[in-house]
Ligand binder design. Sequence first.
Ligand SMILES: *Cc1c(COP(=O)(O)O)cnc(C)c1O
Length: 369
Amino acid sequence: METRKLLMIPGPIEFEPEVYEAMNVPTKSHVAPDFIESFGRSLEMMKEVWQCPNGQAFIIAGTGTLAMDLAGANLIEPGDKALVISTGYFGERYADLLKRYGAEVVILRAPVGMAVPLDIIENELAGGDYKLMTFTHVDTSTAVLNHPEQLGALGIKYDILTVLDGVCSVAAEEIRQEEWGIDVDLTASQKAIGVPPGLALLLVSQKAMKIWEKRDTPVGNYYADWTNWLPIMNAYEARKPSYFGTPAVNLILGLEASLKIILEEGLVNRFQRHQDMSSLFRSGIEGMGLKMIPRHMNLYANTLSAIFYPDGINGGKFISKINEAGVIVAGGLLPDLKSKYFRVGHMGRVNADDIQITLKAIEYAIGNG
Ligand SMILES: *Cc1c(COP(=O)(O)O)cnc(C)c1O
């Protein structure tokens, strides 16, 4: 039997035993009273975790890309202007996605390892007639952290909708969605939320819901249309049965368990633990003389790290040596730089032992490269 390896990629991550236990039950009816309660509680707890008490929560079967699609499909009408702040791979994906719904997209791209300076974003917003701006909290291809508080403030100043791709951040990086004026913060279950892949999760401000209500054109995506899902979410929150598409019953049971664990730990503690684990990992990496992709201290994500391979080393071989030492890490994701770096996720239930084991495995790979 193969021994279990430590999964240190940017999702799926290591999940809590209680999450597996909650999921490991015979599947119930999606309208069974106790399942309705689990669904309703999950919607309520999401608002606490996102710190968005008046937002509209959605739990829909799908991946993080569907969560991105839900925001794009519902908030864009043909001809709308959208500004995409790109710090890597997922910014580019958002631009492609918005174009499908007829948006006129302008992309502001940061050089690899950097963020787009605020004054450049502000200049663009001041000169353009934008409806919406997207940005990525942590871009999983570069491990660059954006500061949503500042971008939310720009959104308020220029009265546009702000959409935060929080797939690699929600429940790990600090977020105060409502206070910071972020209209949509979206994620997927398999990242810091700590549930196996299969759920798209988002919180939408009342301002964005009103703009959606006033659309002139129908939403160009049947599955993603909030017209179909809003009554379902409202029903579950009111503890009433309802149906549009069958919910992912067992995943939602896992989500309820994980949200409970997150809130029991407390958001302040949880954000702090992610910071501590990230800096522990970083100091180990720097101690080995390796370099990270983010170019400034305040751009380091707490959920993952992107690290250049040591000089003259074959990346594929390096990763398999790490694997040999019992840890699974991810390769590069940026098309131009793919073979030059690797990525280590440190989010969710990650602890100091996991970090030490991972650092040892990387050391082993360097010594046996
Ligand atoms: C993982 C990720 C996505 C895509 O999520 P999927 O579940 O793979 O569709 C989008 N954005 C960011 C920032 C991510 O980390």
